[in-house]
Design a protein around this ligand. Structure first.
Ligand SMILES: [Mn+2]
Length: 316
């Protein structure tokens, strides 16, 4: 294949049926099978930081399987997500399942190694613990991003059972470490009961802003997009999507389901609302396929990853 032929894509689904294709994200080539890539997808099969239902270690496989249905042109953003530049699947990171601190180091190292070969990383989790080492790796490669964080939960708690690294703490640790710019960061889709009203105060003290699901429901998605863009301003950003931002009716297969959430369509619209912003990296996390039905959650997560790739292609 010459350079003039453009990026290497998936096999043509009109010749090889989509369900017959390779076991990579969207049937894309493996990173080691292309000379280099602008964007890599990496799996982070890890769920030892989860506080309720385990199982997100099987998320990357489930999302890759559900991604086979994706097609190469996105009419919503008028872009070919893997046609504008080479996109490849870097496989799964090898992560210690027994020791949280070691696991966080494993993920940071794996992401750093892939980021020596590609510009941008889109990670499929895995529980939300993985966002901390991913932000460290992005910070080391590109500098300090703003964060747009879609989630039912703040994930800025301090410790849980004495543990500093859990899926409820990554954005407190990231703020403490200075690997993101909290003054331009925002949590989107927050809802549900908290331990205390001080949870919100502690989060605000770290510098974060919040748009709750109730506010999105009241004001509408276009106004929420304006609020997100006002907050981010012209800063480069990292996008972290916890699939539990969706209502359990749309994403039942997740670790800490929180009724009263967004629809998949609302999340897609919110993500497309980031069009034109500079995205340094992204993840979609917390798909736990054992609790899924009819691939609802995995399909939604595959669509999230597709939207992220479309945004990256638009900003390349
Ligand atoms: Mn989360």
């Amino acid at each position: 294949v010459t350079e003039d032929a453009g990026p290497i894509g998936p096999p043509d689904a009109r010749i090889v049926p989509r369900f017959a294709g390779p076991e990579t994200f969207a049937r894309l080539p493996r990173l080691e099978n292309v000379g280099g890539a602008a964007i890599a997808i990496i799996g982070a099969p890890f769920d030892s930081g989860t506080s309720y239902r385990p199982g997100a270690r099987f998320g990357p496989g489930a999302v890759r399987a559900a991604s086979k249905l994706l097609r190469p042109y996105d009419p919503a953003l008028d872009v070919h997500p893997w046609g504008a530049q080479q996109v490849a699947d870097a496989g799964d990171a090898a992560i210690n399942p027994f020791d949280l601190e070691t696991a966080v180091g494993d993920i940071e190292r794996a992401a750093g190694q892939v980021l020596e070969r590609v510009e941008r990383l889109v990670t499929i989790g895995g529980d939300h613990t993985i966002a901390l080492p991913l932000l460290r790796a992005v910070h080391a490669r590109h500098g300090r991003p703003a964060l747009v964080h879609f989630d039912a939960h703040l994930d800025t708690w301090d410790t849980y059972f004495g543990a500093s690294y859990t899926h409820g703490t990554p954005f407190r640790r990231a703020a403490e470490e200075g690997v993101l710019d909290t003054e331009h960061s925002i949590h989107v889709g927050i809802r549900g009961p908290l331990y205390s009203s001080s949870d919100l105060d502690d989060d605000a003290a770290l510098g974060y802003a919040v748009i709750s699901t109730a506010r999105i429901a009241g004001e509408g998605v276009p106004r929420a997009i304006e609020r997100i863009r006002d907050r981010v301003s012209d800063r480069p950003l990292y996008v972290s999507v916890d699939i539990d931002v969706l209502d359990p009716a749309h994403a039942p297969g997740t670790g800490t389901p929180e009724p009263g959430g967004l629809t998949t369509r609302e999340l897609q619209e919110l993500l497309r609302g980031l069009d034109g912003l500079e995205i340094l990296g992204a993840d979609v996390v917390e798909v736990a396929p054992a609790y899924d039905h009819a691939e609802l959650t995995a399909l939604a997560a595959a669509q999230v990853a597709y939207a992220l790739l479309a945004l990256l292609a638009r900003s390349s």
